[in-house]
Design a protein. Structure first.
Length: 294
């Protein structure tokens, strides 16, 4: 990717890197409209106006904003869904093919090495479908953009063995990231930090989904179990600190480890407002909706 294009991508990632991942505005919109479709269309990111967001959003909001913006900039990003164990389509991200790179042919793959920092490779799993059918749509340099998992750096994707090393490691802070490419069709996201073992987070079919399918999964996300309690997640990139809140517990993670603290109900609104940079009114409104449902 040319320096000019990479700067455009990085600047866009930096623009949203201080946004809080939160499901509170999602809970409020669903209550206001009574339907997932209505709530999704009420989402400011659906209109591509990041400046009027109520404070944050989930992986769907942030990924959709990036998709629209990159498309408007002349890139050709692909929407991809993330699977976790037996749960399918519970996460989403983007794959951004390098617009300055030629399309790969099967012969070129054998001499391509795209991993920025390589780890030891593991044996290649079967590719499943015919090689040429998938390779024809891939560029030799592609990047994963996963703002919903608080990854605000474009991560250059590895190619599977025998075409590449099969893995790429990124020493981000406080969570390092490993991308594993067992086949041409799939990629795995692993994260870990502060001496903790790496854990498999999501598996992405790299071919991607259509806009219609993406919005279908976005609608379904309004009725998942995680919408029954508050979830907030924010990354302070300058300090390398992650703040995560769920079900009354606050986890603060840094390069030296993590600490969990229980936030008492009486302190929740102000504490969460201070840490996650959200309006106290939004937090209180969402918590009241959840309390009524319980």
């Amino acid at each position: 990717m040319t320096p000019e294009n990479m700067k455009k991508v990085v600047d866009l990632c930096n623009q949203i890197s201080n946004i809080t991942y939160e499901n509170l505005t999602k809970i409020i919109r669903l209550e206001q409209t009574g339907s997932a479709t209505g709530a999704r269309k009420l989402d400011d990111s659906d209109q591509n106006d990041i400046d009027s967001w109520m404070g944050g959003g989930t992986c769907f909001s942030m990924t959709w904003h990036l998709y629209q913006t990159l498309t408007d900039m002349g890139f050709k990003p692909r929407l991809v869904m993330g699977h976790k164990r037996k749960e399918r389509n519970i996460h989403c991200a983007l794959i951004l093919p390098d617009p300055d790179d030629s399309v790969v042919t099967p012969g070129q793959l054998f001499s391509t090495n795209v991993t920025p920092t390589s780890m030891s490779s593991r044996p290649c799993a079967g590719t499943g479908s015919p090689l040429s059918s998938l390779v024809s749509s891939l560029s030799s340099n592609s990047y994963l953009l996963d703002p919903g998992y608080l990854i605000f750096d474009p991560l250059q994707m590895p190619l599977p063995q025998p075409f590449g090393t099969g893995e790429a490691f990124f020493p981000l802070s406080p969570n390092c990231v490993r991308l594993v490419r067992p086949t041409l069709e799939s990629m795995e996201l692993w994260t870990g930090g502060a001496g903790a073992p790496m854990k498999l987070r999501f598996e992405y079919p790299v071919e991607g989904v259509s806009v219609e399918e993406f919005k279908h999964h976005w609608n379904e996300s309004f009725y998942r179990e995680m919408m029954t309690y508050p979830v907030l997640n924010r990354l302070d990139r300058e300090k390398g600190i992650q703040y995560y809140y769920q079900k009354g517990n606050l986890v603060v993670r840094s390069s030296t480890g993590s600490k969990m603290t229980k936030i008492e109900p009486a302190d929740r609104v102000q504490t969460l407002s201070d840490i996650f940079k959200l309006s106290p009114a939004i937090i209180e409104q969402a918590l009241q909706i959840l309390e009524k449902k319980h």
